[in-house]
Design a protein around this ligand. Structure first.
Ligand SMILES: Cc1cc2nc3c(=O)[nH]c(=O)nc-3n(C[C@H](O)[C@H](O)[C@H](O)COP(=O)(O)OP(=O)(O)OC[C@H]3O[C@@H](n4cnc5c(N)ncnc54)[C@H](O)[C@@H]3O)c2cc1C
Length: 510
C-alpha cells in the first residue's frame, strides 16, 4: 500500500477544501477521517491501494457542479464513485484528492412506459430498476454482477451482458446523459438535451459528443443523470444446456456463433465448470456442487417468447442448430440439477448476491476483452498456460479448493450476432498474500500484452497509473491516443478529473 504523505501545506489546502464542501453539502456529508477513507483506497482487484484526502456525498446535480467548481479552483483531483464495484481499480484515486461518492443520488426520476425508458441517477441499482420495470412488463438488461451495482455507471462503462447478443452492450442502451464537466459546467446529450425531445433523440443532436464520456472512467466528467432503454419482458421462458467434450473449445465457439446468428435466444453463453458455480450458483453449496458435478464445458441458453407458440418456434430453431453442429444436449438429470441450483428464472436478468468475489480469496484479477469468435479457443488456451506458469498446481491439501488460483476458467459470449465475442478469463490470487499479489500482477501484465498482440481489445480502460488494460493498451493506439490526450487537455485543463487513466499521467498538465 502507498504510504500516506503528510505535507502540511497540502493538509492546509484540504482543510480549506473540506470547509467549502461542507458549505455545499452539509458537514455530515464530508469526511477526511482515515477510518472512512481507507474503504475508498482499494477494491477487490490487485491494483495498488491509494488514499483519497476527502470524501463527499452530494445529493443533487447542482451540488456535484459546485464540488467540481471548488476542486477546479483549488486544482485538486476528483474521482467519481457510484457503487465502486468495477473490480479494476477505477475508483482508486491515483493522485489522492476528493472521492465524489454519488450513492445519495438514488432517484428513479422518470419511467416512460410508453417509450420503454427510465431516467436514473448514479445511485440507482440494477435491482431497483429490475423490480420496478417488471411491474410494468418491462426489463432492464443486467450484467452477471450483483444487483446492488449502479446501472448508470455500468452502462457508461460499456457493461456486457449475457443478453448482449440481442440488445448490445451498456452504451447501446443509453438515450441521454447529463454530465458535470471538470470546471463545474453542465452538458446534456441525447434525449436530455432539451425537454421537448423526450426519448426520441438517442444520439447527438448532430455529432454525438456523448461517446467521449463513455468507457472513459469519468476522466471527462461526472454523469449525474441518464435516460436508458428498457425492453419487453417475455412471459414464457425456458432454458437449454448443451455440453461439450473437455477440450472442445472449437465446438463451443462454432455452436455459439451459429446460435447467435439465428437470433433465437435471449441469453447465450458458455460457462466453464467452476465459473458456472461461482458466477451463477445461488449460494456457496450450489456453487461447489455445480463446479464438481457438471461437465467442464456448458453452453447455457435462455430463450423466451410472448406466447407459448413463439417459445416453441425458438426451441425448434435451437434444436436445429444443435443437430447441425453435432452438439449434445445435457442429460435431463443435469438440466434438472441446474434448474434447482441456479435461480434460473431470474438468473440471467438479475444476480442477487456477489457470488464470485464472496467465494474467492478476497480478490480476483479480471480479464475481459473482445475478439473474433474464431480467436477465442487459441487465446483461452494461451491464458490457461500463463496462469499455470504463475500459479503452479496447488497442493490439494493446502489449497482453497474447489476454487484454487490455478483453476482458471472462463466464459464466452457472442456479441452482435456472433460477429464478435466477449471472452472473460479470471484468475483468483489471494489478496492477503504478498506472493500471490506479485504473481497476480506479473500474470496480468503478460496476459494483457499477449491479448493486445493477438488482436484482442479491452473496451474499458481499467487499471491505475502504469497498470492495467487502459495503461498498457491505450498508448498503443497511435493517433487515437493523441486525439484522446488533446481532448483530455481541452476538457480538463487542470487534469483534475479521475487523473492517471488511459496512459495519461496523473500529474497536472504543464
Ligand atoms: C462479482 C462481479 C461480477 C461482475 N460482472 C460483470 C458483468 O458480467 N458485466 C459487466 O458489465 N460488469 C460486471 N461487473 C462490473 C460491475 O458490474 C460494475 O458495474 C461496473 O464495472 C461499474 O461499476 P460501478 O457501477 O460500481 O461503478 P464504479 O466502480 O463506481 O465506477 C466505475 C468507473 O466509472 C467512474 N464513475 C463512477 N461513477 C461515475 C459517474 N457517475 N460518472 C462518470 N464516471 C463515473 C469511476 O471513477 C470508475 O472509474 C462485475 C462486478 C462484480 C463485483
Amino acid at each position: 500500500m502507498a504510504r500516506r504523505v503528510f505535507d502540511t501545506s497540502i493538509k492546509r489546502v484540504y482543510e480549506e477544501v473540506a470547509e467549502e464542501l461542507k458549505k455545499i453539502c452539509g458537514k455530515e456529508w464530508v469526511s477526511g477521517d482515515d477510518a472512512v477513507l481507507i474503504a475508498y483506497s482499494r477494491d477487490q482487484s490487485l491494483e495498488i491501494a491509494k488514499f483519497p484526502n476527502l470524501v463527499v456525498l452530494p445529493e443533487t446535480t447542482e451540488e456535484v457542479s459546485a464540488i467540481c467548481k471548488t476542486a477546479y479552483s483549488y486544482s485538486v483531483p476528483v474521482t467519481p464513485w457510484s457503487t465502486g464495484a468495477n473490480v479494476g481499480g477505477g475508483c482508486i484515486p491515483q493522485r489522492g484528492g476528493i472521492i465524489c461518492d454519488l450513492r445519495r443520488m438514488d432517484k428513479i426520476v422518470d419511467f416512460d412506459e410508453e417509450n420503454m425508458s427510465v431516467t436514473i441517477q448514479p445511485g440507482v441499482t440494477f435491482g431497483r430498476v429490475f423490480v420496478e420495470a417488471e411491474k410494468r412488463g418491462l426489463r432492464n438488461i443486467c450484467p452477471s454482477a450483483p444487483a446492488s451495482v449502479s446501472m448508470l455507471s455500468n452502462y457508461l462503462d460499456k457493461g456486457v451482458f449475457q443478453i448482449s447478443n440481442r440488445y448490445g452492450v451498456g452504451t447501446d442502451s443509453i438515450l441521454g446523459l447529463e454530465i458535470v464537466l471538470p470546471d463545474g459546467s453542465i452538458v446534456r446529450t441525447g434525449s436530455l438535451f432539451d425537454e421537448k425531445y423526450g426519448s426520441i433523440c438517442a444520439e447527438g443532436p448532430g455529432p454525438d459528443i456523448s461517446g467521449i464520456f463513455q468507457g472513459s472512467m469519468g476522466a471527462f466528467g461526472i454523469c449525474t443523470q441518464m435516460v436508458a432503454r428498457l425492453y419487453p419482458l417475455y412471459p414464457y421462458e425456458d432454458m437449454v444446456v448443451v455440453k461439450f467434450d473437455e477440450d472442445d473449445l472449437e465446438g463451443v465457439k462454432e455452436f455459439l456463433r451459429r446460435i447467435a446468428r439465428e437470433n433465437c435466444t435471449l441469453d447465450t453463453l458458455l460457462f466453464q465448470d467452476a465459473y458456472l458455480g461461482m458466477g451463477l450458483g445461488a449460494n456457496q453449496d450450489a456453487a461447489e456442487i455445480l463446479s464438481i458435478q457438471v461437465p467442464r464445458q456448458n453452453a447455457i441458453i435462455f430463450y423466451g417468447g410472448q406466447t407459448e407458440e413463439e417459445l416453441k418456434i425458438r426451441r425448434d430453431q435451437i434444436d436445429k442448430v444443435i443437430k447441425e453442429t453435432g452438439a449434445q444436449l445435457a442429460p435431463e438429470g443435469m438440466l434438472e440439477l441446474m434448474k434447482e441450483l441456479l435461480p434460473w428464472r431470474r438468473v440471467f436478468k438479475i444476480i442477487q448476491l456477489t457470488p464470485r468475489v464472496q467465494r474467492m480469496t478476497g480478490s480476483f484479477e479480471l480479464f475481459w476483452f473482445n475478439i473474433s469468435m474464431d480467436q477465442a479457443p487459441g487465446i483461452a488456451r494461451a491464458f490457461q498456460r500463463l496462469v499455470r506458469k504463475y500459479f503452479a498446481p496447488a497442493d490439494p491439501e493446502k489449497s482453497d479448493r474447489p476454487f484454487p488460483p490455478e483453476e482458471v476458467t472462463f466464459y464466452l459470449q457472442p456479441l452482435e450476432y456472433g460477429r464478435t465475442g466477449m471472452l472473460e478469463m479470471d484468475a483468483y490470487p489471494n489478496q492477503g498474500e504478498p506472493e500471490g499479489v506479485k504473481k497476480g500482477l506479473a500474470l496480468a501484465r503478460e496476459a494483457i500484452e499477449m491479448i493486445c498482440a493477438e488482436g484482442g481489445f479491452f473496451d474499458r480502460p481499467y487499471g491505475g497509473e502504469g497498470s492495467g488494460f487502459g495503461w498498457i493498451q491505450t498508448p498503443l493506439l497511435g493517433t487515437y491516443y493523441e486525439v484522446l490526450k488533446s481532448l483530455k487537455k481541452k476538457i480538463d485543463q487542470k487534469n483534475i478529473m479521475n487523473p492517471g487513466r488511459m496512459g495519461i499521467p496523473s500529474e497536472p498538465f504543464e
